[in-house]
Design a protein. Structure first.
Length: 490
């Protein structure tokens, strides 16, 4: 989950307008004219305060219900990543903090629907005199015009785990995945990582040395992993790594949940700043063979559930994710959905059916994915070149990501001059983050993604190369490099 476009609610002075009685239908247009503009961009933030009438502020406050909220409800905190949205209103800020794809890479340019004209809603009227409403991709940018994989993870947890259980997660993981689990009364057993992601020997160590009496819980039996373009580290597990992790899962009878929104964002190898870019795959077969095998493809026991989504390759916010698992697990998943979300968005399903089945077909979809690969490879390369040019190598190091949209930058905080005066890793990380904001660039703090129970010894920042322009990426990294030099006295 990534920070949405910020809204400056201070600009909405509706609440300060003198109340003149209950709102009427005829008064709504005037109220909307005084309200803040509807937020624009990809996944914009909004809230109902923007559209309340002055009259609602004259009413007494509602009774509080703290005493009846469930333990789960009381445990829910505001999203760590969405909290960064408040910085996006800063003039001139370049955001490398979010996890959203660029609208350039949404294949749907325009949507049109025919609707009836009020008050005649008969089928004949719609056919003969209905109006055609059209939304263009550019409308969201100019302000004329917002059941996914996160829900799947929530449903899987409710299906497989009980309160008090531990789940296995990478030591740095998708913040929202952890924030989904904690209110359900679950705890996290972190597994160490390296440049290829989750370490099988660490997974085996955690499980082999599990002390139920000391932990107060049975040994974990569910592993959540993002194997490709991992969020936040950008790491991609090789085929050999996945086989090794799978063997450990077999040894300890662990069920694997692979969350793969970035699977088809595997990029061409990084060739370096002075090398020619690697050409695209020549055929569909070459493209498919270049993809790292999924855990699902390696599964011989039915111990893998794969979460998939169109959010990173076609359209974020479509609410049309899906899972792949054994018949028994899928049947239990369906029973859960029948009394909750029921089905993915019907409109989204229709649009994707028209696009993927009737228009593109498998061949066209693969062409699109190859196009995405090359576009993201170019953006990744732009960020790598900028890092090599502008980041101080005395304190910053990184591994070029092979998939996804995230770049994980390690900063050697122990070289910070404030260390001698007692500054901690946490305080130095915050100072660097705020200094970057002041210098006009938003990056994500690595600590936002730390799994519970991890004793952080290193300091990281996550930068996203998916959404900003090439010029914006370069300028943002330059600003971040300047901030590092200033903070570290270089």
């Amino acid at each position: 989950m990534s920070p949405p476009v910020a809204v400056d609610n201070d600009s909405n002075n509706v609440g300060s307008v003198a109340a003149s009685g209950p709102l009427t239908v005829d008064a709504i247009p005037a109220l909307r004219a005084k309200s803040a503009k509807i937020p624009t961009g990809v996944a914009p933030a909004t809230n109902s305060d923007m559209f309340k009438s002055p009259h609602c502020y004259t009413k007494p406050q509602s009774k509080r219900w703290d005493h009846i909220f469930s333990i789960e409800s009381k445990s829910r905190k505001s999203s760590t990543l969405k909290g960064a949205a408040r910085y996006l209103k800063n003039p001139g800020l370049i955001s490398l903090g979010g996890g959203l794809p660029s609208p350039e890479y949404f294949p749907i340019e325009q949507l049109s629907v025919k609707v009836p004209n009020a008050p005649d809603f008969t089928p004949e009227a719609i056919q003969n005199s209905g109006s055609l409403l059209t939304a263009n991709k550019g409308d969201a940018r100019t302000g004329k015009s917002l059941y996914g994989s996160t829900f799947a993870w929530d449903a899987v947890l409710r299906m497989l785990c009980n309160r008090g259980d531990y789940i296995l997660m990478e030591e740095y993981t998708f913040a929202s995945a952890q924030e989904t689990a904690l209110p359900l009364g679950l705890k996290v057993a972190p597994v160490r990582m390296d440049g290829e992601g989750l370490l099988p020997e660490s997974l085996d160590e955690v499980l082999s040395n599990w002390d139920e009496a000391a932990r107060g819980a049975r040994k974990p039996y569910v592993l959540y992993t993002i194997p490709t373009g991992q969020n936040p580290t950008g790491a991609t597990q090789s085929a050999e790594r996945r086989r090794a992790v799978y063997k450990v899962a077999q040894k300890h009878d662990v069920y694997i949940v692979e969350d793969e929104p970035y699977y088809f964002l595997q990029m061409q190898p990084y060739a370096g700043p002075d090398s020619e870019p690697v050409p695209p795959p020549a055929t569909h077969e070459e493209f498919i063979k270049s993809l790292v095998p999924s855990y699902l493809s390696l599964d011989v026991d039915g111990r893998v559930l794969r979460i998939e989504s169109f959010s990173k390759v076609l359209s974020p916010g479509s609410r049309a994710g899906w899972i792949v698992a054994s018949d028994q697990v899928v049947e239990r998943f369906i029973r859960n959905c029948e009394t909750s979300a029921q089905n993915p968005s019907g409109i989204s399903q229709l649009i994707f059916y028209k696009l993927l089945d009737e228009h593109w077909g498998h061949s066209g979809y693969l062409d699109w994915l190859i196009n995405l690969r090359m576009q993201y490879t170019g953006r990744r390369d732009t960020m790598m070149h900028a890092c090599e040019q502008y980041l101080p190598r005395e304190i910053a190091q990184w591994i070029p990501p092979a998939a996804g949209m995230f770049h994980w930058i390690e900063v050697d905080w122990k070289k910070h001059p404030g260390l001698a005066s007692g500054k901690t890793r946490e305080s130095i990380e915050e100072e660097v983050f705020l200094a970057a904001i002041d210098n006009g660039v938003l990056v994500s703090r690595g600590s936002w993604f730390k799994a519970l129970g991890v004793n952080e010894e290193k300091m990281f920042f996550r930068a996203t190369f998916a959404a900003a322009s090439s010029e914006g990426i370069t300028e943002a990294i330059r600003r971040f490099g300047d901030s590092l030099r200033t903070q570290f006295g270089l």
